[in-house]
Design a protein around this ligand. Structure first.
Ligand code: MV4
Length: 455
């Protein structure tokens, strides 16, 4: 299949801008879609053409499958890149795109389904020889059975909604009397958010690290991993700083080999195609466990691009067009270290409440090893309708100390007026000894915020 001539971008913000830029670099025409409030957005200006698809709320625009597919057909696009979030992990949408004679730039609907049900994904991973956390074999629908399983695992346990992921519909249970309520709340949350009331149980791994492996598979049976990213610096399941490689993996003998083998095994087991990420929790003792697989490009993919020199979106396009993946595992190496800081329009002083507003003067940071992916520009609006993440600062260095120094100076030189952001919060985190020593876990940032809260 020849490369695409025109691709529709079914997203907004920084990722839509990034996809538009990659398309331009490759001589592929781009089509943006946008809501009413996004008519003047940066992603619309970066694309070759744009189609209005509805009012501001995502349910009426960016999630409107008919409108998105219609826009592609009308403009003569051959393929749709869904970005992350929105329709990116919607198997029904992927099926409809194919039924309309278009290419969905991502995995097959079957792969999305196989990993979308987290209880099923766990069984698949386990059958493939990938370590999973001790837990229930599949969903548990009976409270008495759940209590017996929890007792045998030992408390604390985690109740997880099978349709969930990313921490939604998840509850930590410290003791037996709290189990029934947790089961009910996760079932309710699963039913209302995902139309799936099934829940499963896992032993709760305390103070883990959150480490994920990037994989890339073509349609011809060839796949590679692109090492790991560490995403433990997060609060309330919102990642704040990610890095590659993981400092913990770097200093733990054999861990990278174990993680990457397990990730490739899980992806191969379902005949995975295109870019995907296998997520693990890693205990303080270095034991690692499969948690879930994200069947899309991740927000934090640029740190992998920065250390490997591989253009992930470029490969997503090539693979979707049927091209063979010519990357060889033995030729992929880690060069230096990269750190991503997520810049949010939010107020760290006011419980991180989102702070939409109008941006005045704006000058992205530049310099050696600095990449700044953004969906906004000077004199543009950050509206309350969408995710408050406005940019990702990605810095690379010969080592993580240099990447950190570059991030600190880029955050200082960034000119962004008129908007409240977490810029100073990011600088404070980067300046801690804990960050410098990479001595953090998934609970660290929340503890840090609490300890520094003004009374
Ligand atoms: C876990 C875990 C510990 N033990 N599972 C969170 C998001 C989803 N992808 C899976 N997640 C976790 N699953 C077991 N068995 C820890 C996390 C986790 C987490 C938990 C509580 C608070 C913050 C967290 C951040 C990352 C991962």
């Amino acid at each position: 299949m020849p490369a695409f001539r025109k691709v529709l971008i079914a997203n907004r913000g920084e990722i839509a801008c990034r996809i538009a830029t990659v398309l331009r670099e490759r001589g592929v025409a781009s089509v943006a879609v946008h809501s009413e409030v996004d008519a003047g957005a940066r992603h619309v200006r970066l694309a070759d053409e744009a189609v209005a698809i509805g009012p501001a709320p995502v349910a009426q625009s960016y999630l409107n499958q008919d409108a998105v597919i219609e826009a592609a057909l009308q403009t003569g696009a051959e393929a749709i890149h869904p970005g992350y979030g929105l329709l990116s992990e919607n198997a029904g949408f992927a099926r409809r795109v194919a039924a309309a004679g278009l290419v969905f730039i991502g995995p097959t609907p079957e792969a999305i389904d196989a990993m979308g049900d987290k209880a099923r994904a766990r069984e698949t991973a386990r059958a493939a020889g990938c370590p999973v956390v001790p837990g229930s074999d599949g969903p548990v629908d009976d409270d008495t059975a759940a209590a017996a399983i929890a007792a045998s695992l030992g408390y604390p346990v985690l109740v997880k909604a099978a349709g969930g992921g990313g921490g939604i519909g998840m509850a930590i249970v410290e003791s037996p009397e709290k189990l029934p309520r947790a089961l009910t709340s996760c079932r309710d949350r699963g039913r209302s958010s995902f139309g799936n009331a099934a829940v499963y149980l896992e032993k709760y791994i305390e103070r883990p690290r959150h480490i994920e492996v990037q994989v890339l598979f073509d349609h011809h049976g060839h796949g590679v991993h692109l090492f790991e990213r560490e995403c433990s610096v997060q609060r309330r399941h919102q990642k704040v700083i990610e890095e590659a490689p993981s400092p913990f993996v770097q200093r733990t003998p054999g861990l990278r080999d174990g993680l990457t083998r397990a990730a490739l095994a899980a992806a191969s087991a379902i005949g995975y195609r295109n870019a995907g990420t296998v997520e693990f929790v890693v205990g303080q003792d270095g034991a690692f466990y499969f948690i879930e697989m994200n069947t899309r490009l991740q927000v934090e993919h640029p740190v992998t691009e920065a250390i490997t020199g591989v253009d992930l979106i470029g490969w997503q396009l090539e693979i979707a067009a049927g091209a063979p993946l010519t990357l060889l595992q033995d030729e992929l190496v880690i060069r230096g270290a990269a750190i991503e800081c997520r810049l949010y329009a939010e107020d760290p002083e006011k419980s991180f409440v989102p702070r939409p507003g109008r941006i005045g003067a704006f000058e992205p940071p530049t310099g050696e090893g600095v990449r700044f992916d953004t969906g906004v520009g000077p004199e543009t609006d950050v509206t309350p309708y969408y995710d408050p993440m406005i940019a990702k600062l990605v810095t690379r260095g010969a080592n993580r100390a240099e990447a950190t120094t570059r991030a600190l100076s880029a955050l200082e030189t960034l000119r962004l007026e008129g908007l409240t952001t977490n810029r100073d919060f990011l600088r404070a985190i980067l300046a801690t000894e804990t960050f410098a020593a990479a001595d953090y876990d998934t609970g660290w940032l929340e503890r840090y915020v609490k300890a520094n809260r003004k009374t």
